[in-house]
Write a protein that binds this ligand. Structure first.
Ligand code: UDP
Length: 314
């Protein structure tokens, strides 16, 4: 049986990975310090192949026995979280990744790091393919996340080249779905909560900036395929269907049947103007592409948010 460590396993993506790998028969060790993750996300798991360890991976990670796979997903991932936890964000991407790689070296594990489209910063190349080096402001408010993840990629490649660890880097583009926190602060959870509670939808800037949103189950499938592949170079995983934030606001008003107004707020500093993954590599090497349409993904996500808010489904 495969024994797999998921750091950040009680978070949005981490908890979906726990479910997925338990289904594939793995023994899953879920590690989280619960600063942005929550035990709520894993409380449904009853398997005797599941262990939870509360630990901050910025500190030395000590685990007995073999570990076949390490998926390093611990990190705040929402822009409001980087503002609240700038130093933990830097530490988990740097010191935490170093510790997780050290464990992979000791246990001879396959190692996969959750990287991000933020390594491309406010991109000057569009859509973004893996060979683009990015346009990042190292000292801006988002720099704590972007640079930590860029460092994480660099140290991961160094462990691959110098220590021959079988490493994988997934560059994750905007993803949504159940288990995003009500107060996550990212676009879809904000808009859903606002639409469902009759509040104004807060579009930042004039809403003309673009993003491309991937449903969580598609993302998890792509990550699993990368984990099982022989690819060591970074791979973009995301949905290439690009839309403006204004279009997303309108979509959410329609999907929730809400009559909320739209309120335009100042654009956060260094907010990328465009973002769209080039997924040719994922298609070619992993045979992966997203399956879930926006309407379908939003439906499930709306059900989850209604439940969280205690709203009866119609
Ligand atoms: N955004 C918005 N209103 C919100 C939250 C986010 O208009 O209440 C915008 C944000 O400025 C950005 C886009 O939506 O342009 C996506 O933001 P998110 O925080 O989801 O993630 P990002 O892609 O910026 O990391």
């Amino acid at each position: 049986m495969h024994r797999t460590l998921i750091t950040g396993g009680a978070g949005f993506l981490g908890s979906h990975l726990c479910d997925y790998l338990l289904n594939k028969g793995h023994h899953v060790i879920c590690m989280d310090n619960l600063i942005t993750g929550s035990l709520e996300n894993i409380k449904h798991i009853k398997s005797d192949r599941f262990t939870f360890i509360e630990h901050n991976v910025t500190k030395f990670i000590d685990i007995d026995g073999p570990i076949d796979y390490i998926l390093h997903f611990a990190s705040p991932a929402s822009p409001i979280d980087y503002l609240e936890f700038p130093i933990p964000t830097l530490k988990v991407g740097s010191l935490g990744t170093h510790n997780a790689l050290g464990l992979a070296k000791k246990k001879k594990s396959v190692f996969l790091i959750a990287s991000t489209s933020e390594v491309y910063g406010d991109p000057l190349v569009h859509p973004q393919s893996e060979d683009y080096w990015g346009n990042v402001n190292p000292i801006g408010p988002r720099g704590v996340y972007d640079e930590a993840k860029r460092f994480a990629e660099a140290i991961t490649m160094a462990y691959h080249r110098y220590h021959n660890i079988d490493t994988k880097i997934v560059r994750i583009f905007n993803t949504y779905g159940p288990r995003m926190r009500l107060n996550d602060g990212r676009a879809i959870p904000n808009f859903l909560k606002q639409a469902l509670t009759g509040k104004e939808l807060t579009a930042y800037g004039d809403g003309s900036q673009t993003r491309s949103f991937c449903y969580v189950s598609d993302l998890i499938e792509g990550i699993y395929r990368l984990l099982m592949s022989n690819i060591n170079d970074p791979i973009n995983i995301g949905n290439p269907i690009e839309m403006t934030i204004q279009q997303m606001v309108e979509k959410i008003l329609q999907a929730t049947g809400s009559h909320s107004k739209i309120s335009y707020r100042p654009l956060p500093e260094d907010d990328p103007k465009v973002r769209q993954p080039n997924i040719e590599k994922a298609v070619k090497y992993l045979g992966w592409e997203p399956q879930i349409k926006l309407d379908e993904g939003l439906k499930t996500t709306i059900e989850y948010f209604k439940n969280q808010l205690g709203i009866e489904s119609s």
